[in-house]
Design a protein around this ligand. Structure first.
Ligand code: HEC
Length: 309
């Protein structure tokens, strides 16, 4: 709405400029009366546009915190057209998820096997899955039983149900993170900013007991406390585990979780574009080849020779 009125203000100003330019070409006598008329018209125009702009400014949300602070745009490597995910970062990000986030957040759509060939080897994934007990069954006598996890099992949940999750988090529900990057405006930029954006509330802002101030969260008060602190995890590849490094890695891990097919999709896209480019060249050549005979032909009319009598 505001943009619309800003546009019309710009148009009005342009129109005035055009009128002023026309003025210089009109003879003086006519010009003086024209000028008076034009000035009054212009003044009315400006007043109207101003009034509309003022009115529409009134409609701008007075409470900007309701939308949260807009996250800056970060240069994620995997967002480039020809780039894949940073798989070392996915591996580190999984470690952050497992050691930190998994205490509260589930990752329902990712099975252990999805990590094979992406961030871990098959043997590693089997060993990781076996650390967890899964309920299976029923067995021959109809009983459910516990067994160690297999690569085909999905990631274990921290809570049995939503009620338990809320009870453990002062009423706030830690959402499933599988599609979080796609579910929030700003995606990876938002999650990274959220994790690194905790700070003291500015003067005059009251935060209720149990909530935490984070300007990127719509409303500014989030149920999740700051979870990442420098040196919280120890990366096996020796990367220093700063807060921003862990936030970046876990965000890349979650970006992969939301879009595990991305690398494959970009590769298929490259193949398709290459094939289509070759086929376009071929079809242009064939079209010209087929039409060459028709396009270059010449139609001649030879009138019959006059009859001799
Ligand atoms: C102690 C439990 C706990 C831990 C650990 C935790 N979270 Fe949360 N998280 C929550 C709760 C509770 C909410 C819901 C907050 C709310 O709605 O106010 C939440 C919300 C979120 C949201 C959603 C915000 C939104 O826009 O709705 C994201 C994203 C998130 N957490 C990411 C993470 C990541 C990544 C980690 C690991 C680095 C993590 N969380 C660790 C409890 C936790």
């Amino acid at each position: 709405m505001f943009r619309l009125s800003a546009l019309s203000t710009r148009q009005a100003v342009q129109r005035l400029a055009v009128q002023a330019r026309h003025q210089s070409t009109i003879s003086t006598a006519a010009a003086s009366s024209m000028t008076a008329k034009n000035v009054s018209m212009a003044a009315t125009g400006v007043a109207t546009v101003g009034a509309i702009a003022y009115m529409s400014m009134e409609t701008v949300d007075a409470n900007m915190a309701a939308d949260g602070l807009h996250p800056p745009v970060y240069p994620w490597d995997h967002k480039k057209n020809l780039a894949t995910f940073d798989h070392a970062a996915i591996r580190r990000g999984y470690q952050v998820y497992k050691e930190v986030c998994a205490a509260c957040h589930s990752l329902d759509r990712i099975a252990w096997r999805n990590l094979i060939g992406v961030s871990h080897t098959e043997a590693e994934v089997k060993a990781m899955a076996e650390e967890f007990e899964y309920t299976d069954g029923p067995n021959d006598v109809g009983d459910m039983f516990q067994r160690p996890g297999k690569p085909s099992d999905y990631m274990p949940k921290p809570y049995a149900n939503e009620e338990q999750a809320r009870a453990g988090n002062a009423g706030a529900y830690p959402p499933d993170l599988s599609l979080m990057i796609k579910a929030r405006h700003g995606g990876a930029d938002y999650v990274f900013s959220l994790l690194t954006g905790y700070q003291d509330p500015p003067a005059g802002v009251e935060i209720r007991e149990g909530l935490n101030f984070n300007p990127y969260f719509p409303g500014g008060a989030i149920g999740m406390a700051r979870v990442l602190y420098d040196g919280l995890v120890e990366y096996e590849d020796g990367t220093p585990a700063t807060t921003s490094q862990m936030a970046k890695d876990v965000t890349i891990f979650l970006s992969w979780a939301a879009e595990p097919e991305m690398d494959e999709r970009k590769k298929m896209g490259m193949k398709a574009l290459t094939m289509l480019a070759l086929l376009t060249g071929l079809s242009v050549y064939l079209k010209r080849h087929k039409w060459a005979g028709l396009k270059t032909r010449k139609i001649l009319y030879n009138p019959p020779a006059p009859k001799k009598h």
